[in-house]
Design a protein around this ligand. Structure first.
Ligand code: URP
Ligand code: ZN
Ligand code: ZN
Length: 464
């Protein structure tokens, strides 16, 4: 007799799907068996539904402060919204505030998460100032189990690493057996283009994409490519938005480089026409939304395996924060709320519309992030011995994304009014129901900190 049995659902993994019962005891999957063969003290009826490994959102911003703005979600808001999305683990960045070290930033984030987490969580470290101490800092973060490190090539002196600094950090991350995440945009060109707009007194939100043209991203990606070749550092280029990504992935494959790529739902589902809409400032993010041609190329890369991850890049500001400086792109906070809409958009636009198989979906949002973060197969898999992090999806339910029905702290969603098909109905975190029949029943003490302590096997994912 198990504590809990999920019965009658179609279990989907990155490799296969089949109808199975899942037997859970003490938060761990103990058995997978033919339908209606397992008995539990409790049961969840998943007949007609899909049973997927809990999703891992590995690109989330929590209390990010740049300039005059700070994102609005508390940790409990983030993890509650994640639970509704079927994300049973999230990895925000421990980005240092002004005058804070990466280690202090990590400690502060850990404190903010205690008893405030509806789902499991870890934190990426972040180096914003390679002042010669980066090797030591990366080593100290690794001692705490933090081996995924973010570096920004943009955002002024507060966050930006120049190429030399980035190289130092990548060397250190390689030495610690870690993985680097890079925001790849060319700061010098962006700065010149912004200055040009300032000189013309033309700085409203609609110029944002003109100041971040695709070439700024492609050049930076090639820089990262060369640094990966030189340092051997396993690296994820985050939030890729351009078709130029394809050539970089092909070149990396040819040379066997551990270069991986993430994209986000806003690049897959929205285009730069939004910058010409009313409230266009609500879509300001970096890189910016692109044209349909770029969007189509991203979908092709998702299908053919060139892109390895889809994460939200959740960065929640309010409409007021976005609106306040809508006439000055240098001051509009960059980033879009999306932790709650990420998976459902990919499922609906990708799987339901026939572009992605269900197995590929699982790979993108659960299995690959678990592997790169050293959590696989404890997470990202439905297998005996794995954490019972499960998402039970009603694949036929069509609903509409509406601001007021979502649970993020931002008061808007960039996807407002979009109709989507597929909804996470029940979500288990280590066997504990957090969402049941679309209602929150978990508490903020369910979530646990997950360290990245196992070896990761980069060549296994996406780089065959
Ligand atoms: O515009 C974005 N993406 N804001 C969030 C911070 C980042 O660059 O990931
Ligand atoms: Zn970024
Ligand atoms: Zn981000």
């Amino acid at each position: 007799m198990f504590d809990l049995v999920v019965t009658g659902g179609t279990v989907i993994s990155a490799e296969r799907e089949s109808k199975m019962d899942v037997g859970i005891t003490d938060g761990t999957i103990r058995a997978l068996a033919a339908p209606d063969t397992l008995e539990g003290t409790e049961t969840v009826d998943a007949d007609g539904h899909l049973v997927l490994p809990g999703f891992i959102d590995a690109h989330v911003h929590a209390k990010l402060s740049i300039g005059e703005h700070t994102t609005v979600d508390e940790f409990s808001d983030l993890t509650r919204a994640a639970a509704f999305a079927g994300s049973t683990t999230i990895f925000p960045f421990a980005i240092p505030g002004p005058a804070e070290t990466p280690l202090q930033a990590h400690r502060r984030r850990l404190r903010s998460a205690e008893e405030n987490a509806y789902v499991d969580y870890g934190f990426h470290g972040c180096i914003t100032n390679a002042d010669g101490s980066s090797a030591d800092t990366v080593a100290k973060l690794a001692e705490r189990g933090v081996r995924s490190i973010k570096g920004f090539m943009v955002y002024g002196d507060r966050l930006r690493l120049d190429d030399g600094e980035l190289r130092d950090v990548m060397e250190a991350v390689t030495d610690e057996g870690g993985v680097m995440l890079v925001h790849a945009e060319n700061d010098a060109i962006i700065t010149r283009l912004v200055e040009r707009q300032v000189a013309r007194d033309s700085t409203e939100y609609s110029v944002h994409p003109d100041t971040h043209p695709p070439v700024t991203e492609t050049i930076a990606m090639w820089t990262v490519f060369e640094l990966v070749a030189e340092t051997g550092c396993p690296t994820i280029i985050v939030h890729a938005s351009t078709e130029g990504t394809q050539q970089i992935v092909e070149a990396a494959e040819e040379r066997g480089l551990p270069l991986l790529v993430e994209t986000c739902p806003h690049y897959l589902c929205l285009t730069d026409s939004r910058y010409h809409s009313e409230n266009g400032e609500q879509y300001v993010c970096s890189p910016p939304l692109r044209s349909e041609e770029h969007q189509q190329a991203l979908w092709e890369m998702l299908v053919d395996g060139s892109i390895n991850f889809v994460n939200s890049d959740h960065c929640g500001y309010t409409t007021e924060q976005k609106r306040r400086n809508r006439d000055d792109v240098t001051r509009i906070p960059n980033g879009l709320p999306g932790i709650e809409t990420c998976n459902v958009l990919l499922f609906s636009e990708g799987v339901v519309k026939g572009q992605l198989s269900r197995e590929r979906f699982v790979e993108l949002v659960a299995t690959n992030p678990a592997k790169i973060l050293g959590l696989y197969p404890r997470k990202g898999a439905i297998t005996v011995g794995a954490d019972a992090d499960l998402v039970i999806i009603d694949p036929a339910h069509t609903w509409s994304l509406e601001d007021e029905e979502l649970h993020m702290a931002s008061d808007y969603t960039p996807f407002d009014g979009m109709e989507v098909t597929g909804v996470p109905k029940t979500v288990l975190v280590r066997g504990e129901p957090v969402i049941s029949d679309r209602s929150l029943i978990g508490t903020p003490s369910v979530g646990e900190y997950v360290c990245e302590l196992t070896d990761r096997d980069v060549p296994d994912i996406g780089i065959e």
